[in-house]
Design a protein around this ligand. Structure first.
Ligand code: GUN
Length: 291
């Protein structure tokens, strides 16, 4: 059993990005610039955005954080999106989700210029990814593909089972794993799947992205499977400094001995998600996707 070290892999990729940025700067180009919009004070979102800004510094990017209170109107937020679309210095930007109930995430996502949509959430990028055309690809699925590639994990002809059908992780993951070159046979499971255990038992690769601790148990995993845990649920833990810790979707203790490879939580997929956003920002700065 080998633990997939996402933290170390992400650090390696950040240093590769930083080296490329210094070359760009030495050649007289500007530093890539990522902007982030954060609405409200959700604890998880605060942490994610702070980590994204920190990653920008480590990659040598310029970053801008635009914060707004929970009561910002949809129209005002759409206007902020428009300003970033038009800001020539900003190569890419994200609007951290979730947004308050009175704001349509769909409207906001569709208002982002696809050329600056480094989250890869705009339908134009989702569509391009689906047909295998150049696109900004959603950060978490891209990070998982990079982990599989860097650990030289065989994917061709393997049965991949994805648990979760979200627009951000499960669904794009199913498309990427079925693409030419990766060549998995993909099954996508969700909260209404009737025989999850049987389906998982046949999997060579399991990607658990449902956000429910304890979803994947030892009896669902075949010997030698690769298990990727996307879950990051905060559970109270009085022994932790902050009073909580992150828990994945996989019962790591009992599942890990059966695996050929497994990602831990934290330190597995999470750091890779952020580094994928950095990769997309670099691609945006280089105009590598939309020429
Ligand atoms: N909320 C949870 N994950 C993400 C992400 O990857 N991007 C944004 N913008 N919001 C998120």
């Amino acid at each position: 059993m080998q633990i997939i070290d996402g933290k170390e892999t992400a650090k390696q990729i950040r240093s590769e990005i930083a080296a490329e940025v210094e070359q760009m700067v030495a050649a007289g180009k500007k530093r890539p610039h990522l902007a982030a919009i954060l609405v409200g004070h959700d604890g998880g979102s605060e942490t994610y955005v702070a980590n994204k800004i920190k990653a920008c510094e480590e990659c040598g990017f310029t970053s801008t954080l635009r914060r707004f209170e929970e009561d910002i109107t949809e129209a005002a937020l759409l206007d902020e999106v428009r300003k970033l679309n038009e800001d020539a210095d900003v190569d890419g930007f994200i609007v951290q989700l979730p947004l308050p109930k009175h704001i349509s995430e769909e409207k906001v996502t569709e208002a982002i210029d696809p050329r600056k949509d480094v989250d890869g959430f705009h339908p134009q990028n989702v569509g391009r990814m689906t047909i295998g055309a150049p696109a900004f690809i959603s950060a978490t699925p891209q990070g998982i593909v990079d982990l599989l590639l860097r650990y030289k994990i065989e994917t061709k002809g393997k049965n991949a089972v994805i648990i979760g059908r979200s627009n951000i992780v499960g669904r794009p993951m199913s498309i990427l794993l079925s693409q030419k070159g990766i060549d998995c046979t993909v099954t996508i499971c969700h909260s209404r799947t009737a025989n999850l255990k049987e389906i998982c038992r046949n999997a060579d690769i399991i990607v658990a992205a449902i956000g429910k601790p304890g979803t994947v148990t030892e009896d669902m995993v075949k010997e030698g499977a690769v298990v990727i845990d996307v879950g990051t649920t905060r559970v109270t833990d009085p022994t932790a400094a902050r009073g909580w810790r992150l828990k994945g979707d996989v019962d790591f203790q009992t599942v890990s001995p059966k695996c050929s490879y497994i990602t831990p939580v934290p330190g597995g997929v999470g750091p890779m998600t952020i580094v994928s956003l950095m990769k997309n920002t670099l691609l945006a700065a280089k105009k590598a996707i939309y020429k």
